[in-house]
Write a protein that binds this ligand. Structure first.
Ligand code: UD1
Ligand code: CA
Length: 458
């Protein structure tokens, strides 16, 4: 099999992003642009990946991190794409081929690159090209008018009026034979309009050496779009999200509007999942069969099992939701929470680091933190666990079949035993006995001749 090295060019300044953050660290679908490129590169199982970095490079390296398959190559001065590849040359093999990717072209598909590499040999050159209605700004693919064979790539700024009419453009992504690369790169000149060492000049050199030049094209043009400013970034973000939505719809997911949907991570769905508008899925989210996520929900690292429904404006993080649960509207479920089957969590309820066993209900305005709750428990409106004493967190245990009256405070550590009923408005500081009514209330009194204070009308 042909050995493939990957060189990612990422040393450009990215001035048009108008940001102190290096361009390749800007997030797309919640992940740095460069991480997308690295992930795609890794699907090709290359021998090695060289990242050519420059501007803000130390931060780039710090954020992406050192990995055993990455070689960080510094290009101190940005003297052109040819100069950039040359910096990686000492790390490349003498055999096999090198795939050149751009650090700011994040959405090219693995299949597109595989098709490109499939055409590559140690004695040819393969270019990824597309035909654009508006080719302005790109290097043009110059072909022989008779044989249609590629002769050269001419940069926009160096192109003649006639060449500017060519609609086939260089995406920048290409596969080059390692055996010839060093010689070609050594012979590049910067005698052009931009005073740069153009990688694209090696095409004419290869033609002179009698090498065949092959081309291949992506399925969609947006795959090869680069990010130069925040408008382009936003366009790619939507293209990527729409693509993700399309794949989910192919698997049967129903969206109220796929244009108002965001995945920043990985979303896996069962059958007959419905997702309403403006939902965000972050990290790893798994939705079972027949799960419904209503409008404006955010789910981060969550598993929701079959038949559960999340009502609008709910936020769920690092939690597991069992089958046939009903959550929200306006629920906040925080990390460390596990809800078993058929649990109901209602509006303005916050649950943190708690296990709630099946068929229990916390329906209105409650805070449940650091709690172990049994089955068939009913928590009345406004009941809360007081889990924090200012220094330490304590656990609350609520056993099966407990009924907690409204506006109760359970001061942890405390255990409410099986079958207990707690009267509304109680402050429970000691463990309660099984099956009994426990309540702590001051006696109700009325003052007969009491007068409500009044403002003088004069
Ligand atoms: C390049 C191509 C052009 C192609 C276009 C596609 C060349 C000479 N031109 O033009 O044919 O149509 O991409 O978008 O190759 N970079 C470095 N070091 C440098 C210069 C660039 O790492 O010294 C990196 C940039 O960070 C970027 C990529 O190389 O990721 C492309 O550089 P850019 O300056 O954008 O090239 P273009 O002029 O757009
Ligand atoms: Ca560019």
């Amino acid at each position: 099999m042909l050995q493939v090295d990957v060189v990612i060019l990422a040393a450009g300044m990215g001035k048009r992003m108008c940001s102190s953050l290096p361009k390749v660290l800007h997030p797309l679908a919640g992940k740095p642009i460069l991480s997308h490129v690295l992930d795609i590169a890794r699907t090709l199982s290359p021998e090695r990946i060289c990242v050519v970095f420059g501007y803000g490079g130390e931060l780039v390296r710090q954020v992406i991190g050192d990995h055993s398959d990455l070689i960080w190559v510094k290009q101190a001065q940005q003297l052109g794409t040819g100069h950039a590849v040359k910096q990686a040359l000492p790390y490349l093999d003498n055999k096999g081929v090198t795939l050149v990717l751009f650090g700011d072209v994040p959405l090219v598909k693995s299949d597109t690159l595989k098709a490109l590499i499939e055409k590559a040999r140690e004695d040819n050159l393969v270019l990824l090209t597309v035909e654009l209605d508006n080719p302005t700004g790109y290097g043009r693919i110059v072909r022989d008018p008779v044989t249609n064979r590629i002769q050269a790539i001419v940069e926009e700024k160096d192109a003649s009026q006639l060449q500017k009419k060519i609609r086939e453009i260089n995406t920048g992504i290409m596969v080059l034979p390692n055996g010839r690369l060093g010689n070609w790169l050594d012979n590049l000149s910067d005698a052009n309009t931009q005073g740069e060492y153009y990688l694209t000049d090696i095409i004419a050199m290869a033609v002179d050496a009698g090498m065949p030049i092959e081309t291949s094209s992506p399925a969609s043009d947006w795959e090869v779009s680069g990010v130069n400013d925040k408008i382009q970034l936003s366009i790619l973000e939507r293209a990527h999200q729409q693509d993700t939505a399309n794949r989910l719809m192919e698997q049967g997911v129903m969206f109220a509007d796929p244009a108002r949907f965001d995945v920043r991570g990985r979303l896996v769905c069962g059958n007959d999942v419905e997702i309403d508008i403006n939902c965000i899925f972050e990290g790893n989210v798994r939705l079972g069969n027949n799960v419904k996520i209503h409008a404006n929900c955010i789910l981060r690292n969550v598993i929701v099992s079959d038949g559960s429904v999340v009502h609008p404006f709910s936020l769920i993080e690092d939690a597991e939701v069992g089958k046939n649960c009903r959550i929200g509207p306006y629920a906040r479920i925080r990390p460390g929470t596990q809800l078993d089957d058929a649990v109901h969590v209602g509006n303005f309820v916050e649950i943190k680091n708690s296990h709630i066993a099946s068929e229990s209900k916390v329906n209105h305005l409650s805070y449940v933190g650091d709690t172990e709750m049994g089955r068939r428990v009913n928590i009345g409106a406004g009941a809360i666990t007081c889990n924090y004493d200012g220094a330490f967190k304590h656990r609350t245990v609520i056993e099966d079949d407990v009924f907690i009256g409204s506006d109760t405070q359970l001061v942890a550590p405390v255990t409410v035993a099986r079958g207990s009923t707690i009267g509304a408005g109680s402050t429970i500081t000691r463990d309660t006995p099984e099956g009994q009514l426990t309540l702590s209330r001051t006696k109700q009194t009325s003052i007969a001749n009491w007068k409500r204070p009044r403002k003088d009308r004069n």
